[in-house]
Design a binder for this molecule. Structure first.
Ligand code: SF4
Length: 534
């Protein structure tokens, strides 16, 4: 980082370019700030990335007072709370069996996988790199490194269209190349690559696939496990057969129920994509249906992403909107639905995202606000609505705003029924903060060879750290390890005593398997690590 009186004219030009782009609106959040910083650092051939305060020091007096400059530049970049960096791998364009009326397919000739327009930062990057997953991942890692984010623990997310519609050979090739980029080895055997990924310098801590409920049968699930998958994002949108017909979704509510239970019985974490304001729906119907997702044991996802339905060119919905047959949901109604639903979200669910990454200038009609989540949060604050969702209580996020007392953490377990099985959400928490949790399941109808009906499943173990500035040391790390052990001990106890399980299996990112083997004496039993309960 250039020090005072020790910077070149290129550093100054770099700072001025960034300031210019914040003013023009091209840089609007930390993600675009990283992207553009990476671009200009290459352009000016800088060996080190100038710090945010350095750039900020070149802003004019009036710019320095603007909220966007303060929030983007006046603070040091914060390492992601868990130290995990998400690397999105955009899939190449290929057909999807769906015909959803809102799906943009290809927007104005831009080559993008279905469901993306080609203008999102992630698709633009993928296009530039010829949809080569090796290049996408290694480029992103370089970018994270140069911006000081230390990509040591990586979560890979395969996005776009429907992953399981790709033929198996292509699925394996895309995942293989991504793993090669992480482990920085060109070994060709997939088995060997997975083995090397268990001990590589950078570790893959999770792999997520996006798919449709009707393309998530037993064989698809076995394949996703073989590829190292740990989480599946299901396009559920609005689980109602009438609405599915109207939007030409091409699957039924029964498909959602079936995929959800098969995934959970195979230890996967399940994330639902839910869409507001679809044709045939209304704010009242949205709210009723979303409530059902959290109450009805047939659904009960572990995580959710909410998106408002948007009108994009090249979709059937665009024509309907032009012909006066469709009106998108207003921001006011969306904020109302999203804040009301927060009252119903159980403590074991994490709201991962509100809003989608579609640039405002290509939305023909619908909500263009880029910070919908923030608008919802502010509305909730005003109305005194408190959410119990995981994200609102994470100790790490909370520590950005106030002091969190780790010594107040206590074990707590909530039992609930879901997809015919029993779930235990075991947490370490205090009155207002969540320090970590385990999702434990007693499966209902397992079909994976290494899971019997008396095998308990750990679908997730998560321990939260403090928000750290770069270079700051994590004083709580020993305590975190202690939380992990307490949670695992409790999970094994419940599995044995309450579920009557003889074995416990963990779905683990390839790079985390060693942790379970070394810390808790688990053994590899593909595609899991497991332990006999005595
Ligand atoms: S399933 Fe997804 S990708 Fe396929 S048509 Fe529907 S929205 Fe588009």
């Amino acid at each position: 980082m250039p020090r005072e009186n020790n910077f070149s004219k290129e550093h100054v030009s770099f700072a001025k370019k960034i300031i210019e782009e914040i003013n023009s609106g091209l840089i609007k959040d930390s993600r675009t700030l990283d992207d553009r910083s990476f671009f200009w650092s290459k352009f000016f051939k800088l060996k080190e990335m100038p710090s945010h305060p350095f750039i900020y020091s070149f802003a004019s007096v009036s710019e320095k007072k603007q909220k966007k400059f303060i929030s983007l530049l006046s603070i040091k970049p914060t390492r992601s709370l868990s130290g995990v960096q998400v690397v999105a791998v955009m899939l190449p364009p290929f057909p999807c069996p769906g015909n959803c009326v809102y799906c943009p397919s290809q927007f104005e000739g831009k080559i993008a996988p279905k469901s993306y327009t080609g203008f999102e930062p992630s698709t633009l990057r993928a296009q530039r790199l010829g949809y080569d997953s090796y290049k996408i991942v290694s480029n992103r890692i370089k970018q994270l490194d140069i911006t000081g984010h230390r990509a040591e623990k990586i979560e890979l997310i395969f996005q776009g269209s429907t992953f399981t519609c790709l033929d198996k050979k292509n699925q394996e090739s895309i995942v293989k190349k991504s793993l090669q980029a992480v482990i920085e080895k060109k070994t060709t055997s997939f088995k060997k690559i997975k083995f090397l990924a268990e001990k590589s310098k950078r570790r893959v801590v999770g792999i997520t696939f996006e798919t449709r409920p009707d393309y998530c049968g037993k064989e698809d699930i076995k394949q996703m496990l073989y590829l190292g998958g740990t989480r599946v994002e299901l396009g559920v949108q609005h689980a109602d057969d009438e609405i599915y017909k109207i939007i030409k979704r091409g699957h039924t509510v029964d498909d959602v129920i079936s995929a959800t239970s098969k995934l959970k019985d195979s230890s996967f974490k399940v994330l639902y994509h839910l869409m507001l304001g679809l044709p045939g729906s209304s704010p009242k119907k949205d709210l009723k249906n979303f409530k059902k997702m959290f109450k009805d044991p047939n659904f009960k996802p572990d995580m959710v992403k909410f998106y408002p339905c948007l009108v994009i060119k090249n979709s059937q919905l665009f024509k309907d909107w032009k012909n006066g047959l469709f009106d998108p949901i207003s921001e006011r109604d969306a904020v109302f639905v999203l804040s009301e639903i927060q009252k119903e979200i159980p403590p074991w669910v994490r709201v991962m995202r509100i809003n989608r990454d579609i640039p405002g200038n290509i939305i023909s009609a619908g909500i263009k606000t880029t910070n919908l989540r923030q608008v919802v949060d502010e509305f909730m604050k005003k109305k005194g609505i408190v959410s119990m969702d995981i994200r609102s209580r994470e100790a790490g996020l909370m520590s950005r705003e106030k002091e969190v007392d780790y010594s107040k953490a206590k074990l707590k377990t909530i039992f609930y029924n879901a997809s015919e099985g029993e779930e235990a959400f075991i947490s370490m928490e205090s009155k207002d903060a969540l320090f970590g949790f385990v999702r434990l399941r007693n499966p209902a109808n397992p079909f994976i060879k290494s899971i019997k009906s008396n095998t308990a499943l750990i679908r997730e173990l998560h321990v939260y750290g403090k928000a750290l500035s770069l270079g700051e040391k994590d004083d709580e790390s020993t305590q975190h390890r202690g939380f992990g052990k307490e949670l695992m001990d409790e999970a094994e106890k419940i599995a044995k005593e309450k579920f009557g399980s003889k074995k416990i299996a963990v779905i683990s990112g390839l790079g985390v398997r060693d942790y379970y083997r070394k810390q808790f004496n688990y053994k590899t039993e593909e595609p899991f690590v497991s332990k006999v309960l005595k």
